[in-house]
Design a protein around this ligand. Sequence first.
Ligand code: FAD
Length: 278
Amino acid sequence: MTSLPISFEFFPPKTPEGVDKLAAVRQQLYPLKPEYCSVTYGAGGSTQDGTIQTVRAILAEGFDAAPHFSCIGASKASVREQLAQFKADGIKRIVALRGDLPSGYGGFGEFKYASELVAFIREATGDHFHIEVGAYPEMHPQARNPQADLKAYVTKVMAGADVAITQYFFNTDAYFRFVEDAEKAGARIPVVPGIMPITNASQLIRFSDACGAEVPRWIRTRLEGFGDDKASIQAFGLDVVTDLCDQLRAGGVPGLHFYTMNQATTVKALCERLGLTA
Ligand code: FAD
């Protein structure tokens, strides 16, 4: 029996083959009974059609789905229009983000921070949407310092967020400290850890450097030591991430959000190891 709510994150495929492949991945993951699936969104317009199409497909397959929705570069009128479209599509859940502008993209639009988007969604649509926001236990990479980042997070929660999903991390102390500090500062919403499976060492290091997630030295050195031995990397990665999830579960997390990278095998194996099979 699944004893902990789980959710899966996908990115919108760019090709018809990718669409078919993701549809097959979803069918492999649905038996794990996710609470919902979320679909990422390209700030500045790169993947927005793909996001809504993927969300529609998931809803049509009988599962709850949440588009990620970023406000950077957007106008209030365009956000209002998009929210109306989400409502018309039967969407009830949004992952509300600021986003990052692609390099060379012109203006910042009418929203500076995710907290402004959350406030705007509440003002425009009341309680229609269940709003998830991002959280950064190891600090958002552009924040001035952890205290300023925590203050910004609390503002975002107070603006009307229901749940937070974290950037991935491999250090549970950072997560539990963040949750404690946020609660002390008045932000008392569930903080669901984002879980990144380890399957590809160079990709993990690249992503982590870009998003400010720390890959502890002992994990980096072990991964480097495996060289091109993919099977050993995957076996090691499965052990490490299973232990991480076990520690989180023992500490009472409200759920687990898996960054699937549009792959089923590792996430399925992880859920099986954790006994999270429906
Ligand atoms: P914010 O909460 O607005 O924070 C951004 C920065 O501004 C932080 O440094 C914060 O400290 C600072 N800040 C906020 N408010 C204030 C204030 N009032 N005064 C001063 N400083 C302030 N990106 C995508 O493009 N597409 C996606 O689909 C996507 N999905 C994501 C899913 C999750 C779960 C997470 C955690 C991140 C995701 N991202 C995605 C990345 C995200 O868009 C970037 O991390 C982005 O830089 C910040 O977005 P945010 O919503 O956390 O921003």
